[in-house]
Write a protein that binds this ligand. Structure first.
Ligand code: SF4
Length: 394
């Protein structure tokens, strides 16, 4: 986005300069100032282009040469041995195990899952917002996603592989005209579904359908009005709150996803208060990951180690003030715990920063189970992330 801002500014200056040229009384001095500014902006554009090229190169190298340290010593076990060893019974996961996991995570540190329990699927990359920290670097021109029938095939592949839940993200999922066709299809297949949205496009009729399909919705909100709108755009707080109220009024399990970066560090107390007022059941706290646009500005946006540590302490502190109506969820753990499926079906073992994300294949051509076994994802943390959803809404 910064690149477009700079280009827009540059265009503005050029237009203004032309206007001066065509105005007889224009002062030479003013024209020189404008010319200098164009030069400065040209050099900023040039630097940004170089940075983008460098990042593209880094990403391509990651794609072409998966990090061998990730795969070292992690030769895939046979399917039979996995099934023999697996500590996890098939769906549904028993309540005792959920409780045991909460009480003693180390007990499951050697857990081996034969397949991911949930995948995070970017159903499109396109978005009508331009948040500076957008981890998918979305805008109006981004990928609008696969055609309906191919997304349905993708859901069938997930189901076949044993995936239990799809966490639909974007871009903005509600920009897809066929979203409800797809949600219905996933529900028919017996898949659990969550949708993450900025909330601003949700209508009364959407809320009714979401309720009938049993979809869990997560609305992105990064602080009270002023803090949120500074990061997500003017009016985005009110739009999200309208969406949240519609969801809550239809008894849809709704939670807030709050991404913490340097600019909104310290909003957790206000967010907990807001969640209680709006009857939202949970707040999922995520430190921003150095991905997408946040990667380009990582030094200005991402938390340093001390801040991350302080954030964990805040989460622990505010969790004590949580009630059944507004729980503060444990923040996302660093490390490789999530499977990300891109808009085109690429399977990415997702890490914390852009350089930790490894593309292992494409869901249409490669086996999900094999790709899952080729990564060193922490299965226990993955299990915890899967379980957090149902636990919150019980
Ligand atoms: S609303 Fe979400 S997807 Fe859209 S630009 Fe903001 S962070 Fe990105």
């Amino acid at each position: 986005m910064e690149f477009h801002i700079v280009n827009d500014l540059r265009l503005w200056y050029i237009l203004n300069m032309n206007a001066y040229e065509s105005t007889p009384e224009a002062e030479d001095e003013d024209r020189n100032v404008l010319a200098q500014r164009i030069d400065t902006l040209d050099s900023v554009v040039h630097n940004l282009q170089q940075t983008i090229e460098e990042l593209r190169g880094r990403l391509q190298r990651k794609i072409d040469e998966p990090d061998q340290t990730l795969l070292a010593g992690n030769s895939p076990p046979s399917r039979d041995s996995l099934l023999e060893e697996q500590a996890l019974p098939k769906d549904p996961i028993p309540r005792e195990m959920q409780l045991a996991y909460e009480q003693d995570t180390s007990r499951y540190s050697k857990l081996v899952l034969p397949t991911p329990l949930s995948v995070c699927y970017a159903i499109l990359d396109c978005c009508d917002r331009h948040c500076l920290h957008c981890m998918s670097a979305s805008n109006e021109r981004s990928d609008t996603g696969l055609p309906t029938s191919q997304v349905q095939s993708l859901f069938e592949i997930f189901k076949e592989a044993g995936v239990l839940r799809i966490d639909i993200v974007g871009g903005e999922p509600f920009l897809r005209d066929d979203l409800f066709t797809l949600l219905r299809y996933a529900a028919q297949l017996g898949l659990e579904v969550t949708v993450t949205t900025h909330g601003g496009l949700i209508t009364e009729s959407h809320a009714k359908t979401l309720a009938s399909l049993g979809i869990i919705v997560q609305v992105s909100l990064d602080g009270p009005r002023a803090a949120n709108d500074r990061l997500r755009g003017q009016g985005s707080f009110d739009a999200a709150i309208r969406g949240i109220r519609l969801l809550v009024s239809h008894s849809i399990p709704t939670r807030i996803s709050c991404t913490i970066q340097q600019a909104n560090f310290g909003v957790l107390g206000d967010m907990l208060k807001l969640a209680k007022e709006e009857h939202v059941k949970g707040i999922y706290v995520n430190p921003v990951c150095a991905q997408g646009r946040a990667d380009l500005l990582r030094d200005d946006i991402c938390l340093n180690r001390e801040q991350e540590f302080a954030l964990r302490q805040q989460v622990a502190e505010y969790s004590m003030q949580s009630t059944d109506n507004a729980k503060l969820l444990e923040m996302k753990k660093a490390g490789r715990a999530a499977v990300f499926i891109s808009a085109s079906g690429d399977y990415v073992s997702q890490g914390w920063a852009e350089e930790d994300c490894v593309r292992l294949g494409n869901v249409f051509t490669d086996s999900i189970r094999e790709m899952w076994q080729r990564t060193n994802i922490d299965h226990a943390v993955h299990l915890m992330q899967y379980l957090q959803h149902p636990l919150v809404y019980k």
